[in-house]
Design a protein around this ligand. Structure first.
Ligand code: AMP
Length: 210
C-alpha cells in the first residue's frame, strides 16, 4: 500500500498518519516534518526554508521532489505521503518517480473539512515537544502540558490566524487542483474530516481493507 493523505491544513493528516502507523506496517513521510527538521537544524538551507514555511508559502516543487525521492528510496515499506503532493507538478513528478521505482500509489484519501472549521482548528493546535502528539486545546483555557506524556507543548509558527488564513488560500489555489488530478484515477476517495479522529480513522481503515 502506498497512500496519499490529502486535505487542507488542519484536516487531521498528521493525526490520522499516527493512527495508521500503529495499525499498518507503513513508513510515514510528512514533508512538513522533514522541512521543520531542516529548519531546526539551522543549516543554510534550513534558513532559506524557514523564510518560506513560516510565512505559510510553498517550497519550490523541484526542491520538494528531490527531498522526497531520497526518502522514498530509503525504504522498502509501503508509504503514507502526508503533505505531498501539494501542487499538480508535484503529483506528476510523484507518478513518474513511482513508475521509475516500480511502485504504485494505491489510495488517494482526501480528508474533507469545511472551510469555517479550518482556522479554528489550526489556531487550537499544539504539538508535544517530547512525544510529538498533536493536541487541540481550548483557546480560552489552553493546556500547558501534553495530556499523553506531560511534555512541553508548542505552537507552530505558521499556526497563527493570519498565516492559517493565508495557508488556506494557498491550499485553494495550488493544492485543490491536485484533487482533480486524482479524481478519475479510480484511487481517489473522500472521508468526512468533521468527525472525531477515531471515526475518521474507522472510515479510512474501511477504505484500506476493501
Ligand atoms: P504541513 O506540516 O504539512 O502543514 O506543512 C507545513 C508547511 O511546510 C507548508 O505550509 C509549506 O510551507 C511546507 N510544505 C510542506 N509540504 C510541502 C510540499 N509538498 N510542497 C511545498 N511546501 C510544502
Amino acid at each position: 500500500m502506498n497512500i496519499i493523505l490529502m486535505g487542507c491544513p488542519g484536516a487531521g493528516k498528521g493525526t490520522q498518519s499516527a493512527k495508521l502507523l500503529q495499525a499498518f506496517p507503513l513508513h510515514h513521510i510528512s514533508t512538513g516534518d522533514v522541512l521543520r527538521a531542516e529548519i531546526a537544524s539551522g543549516s543554510p538551507l534550513g534558513k532559506q526554508l524557514g523564510e518560506i514555511v513560516n510565512k505559510g508559502n510553498l517550497v519550490p516543487d523541484e526542491l520538494m521532489v528531490e527531498m522526497l525521492e531520497k526518502i522514498v528510496k530509503s525504504t522498502d515499506k509501503g508509504i503514507i505521503f502526508d503533505g505531498f503532493p501539494r501542487t499538480v507538478p508535484q503529483a506528476e513528478a510523484l507518478d513518474t518517480m513511482m513508475q521509475r521505482l516500480h511502485r504504485e500509489i494505491t489510495h488517494v484519501i482526501m480528508i474533507d473539512l469545511p472551510a469555517q472549521e479550518v482556522v479554528n482548528r489550526i489556531c487550537s493546535r499544539r504539538q508535544c515537544k517530547k512525544c510529538g502528539a498533536i493536541l487541540r486545546v481550548d483557546i480560552k483555557n489552553p493546556l500547558e502540558k501534553c495530556s499523553a506524556c506531560g511534555g512541553e507543548l508548542y505552537t507552530r509558527p505558521d499556526d497563527t490566524p493570519e498565516r492559517a488564513t493565508h495557508r488556506l488560500e494557498v491550499y485553494r489555489n495550488s493544492t485543490l487542483p491536485v484533487k482533480n488530478y486524482y479524481q478519475n484515477s479510480g484511487k481517489y476517495v473522500e472521508v468526512n474530516g468533521n468527525q472525531t479522529p477515531e471515526k475518521v480513522f474507522e472510515d479510512i481503515t474501511k477504505i484500506l481493507e476493501k
